[in-house]
Design a binder for this molecule. Structure first.
Ligand code: PNS
Length: 163
């Protein structure tokens, strides 16, 4: 049984994240999407961890063997708890590399039994990030196709409230 963990903040989940989760699910028997609380990340997430998990659950309902779980611990501890030896991360461009390299090295130092594996994003999503989506939505731009429809609606509502 090969189980992989796809961790992230997913604030909110994008089409790029979903592509990585789907491709991971075709490579592993089971994929756990770990949604980090990330309360201290850049002024705090726009969506609660429960909302972020719900968006991913809805958007991956058709993908076999995917489970979505929140976590607020070290990633390697969560991986151990979930009995996952593989961490999957998406890589978009060289700009991602430095941060991902640092995280992978630190995680390796913390637990050498856990491997980090990278899946390259497809060119269509190489430019896509949760922060870019929020910025576009904040200025009233169209984010359809970049995030699930439910996220488009939630962004519009949440950002209208915060204006
Ligand atoms: O969506 P992101 O920002 O790429 O996700 C980053 C995440 C959540 C994977 C990372 O911040 C993380 O692993 N957080 C858990 C705390 C931890 O283990 N930190 C040390 C890893 S360097």
């Amino acid at each position: 049984m090969k189980r992989a963990l796809c961790p992230g903040t997913f604030d909110p989940v994008t089409a790029g994240h979903l592509d990585i989760i789907e491709r991971a699910s075709s490579l592993f028997d089971e994929v756990i999407v770990g949604v980090a609380l990330s309360a201290d990340k850049g002024g705090g997430p726009l969506f609660s961890v429960e909302e972020r998990c719900a968006f991913i659950r809805d958007a991956t309902a058709h993908v076999p063997h995917v489970t979505v779980r929140p976590f607020d611990t070290l990633l390697v501890d969560f991986a151990q708890e979930m009995d996952a030896r593989v961490i999957i991360k998406g890589l978009r461009a060289v700009t991602d590399f430095e941060r991902e390299f640092q995280m992978a090295q630190l995680n390796y130092r913390l637990d050498q039994n856990i491997e980090t594996i990278f899946i390259m994003s497809i060119p269509e999503y190489a430019y896509l990030s949760s922060s870019a989506v929020k910025e576009i939505a904040r200025h009233g731009g169209d984010v359809r196709g970049l995030v699930p429809d439910a996220v488009c609606e939630a962004l519009a509502t949440r950002l209208k409230q915060s204006r």
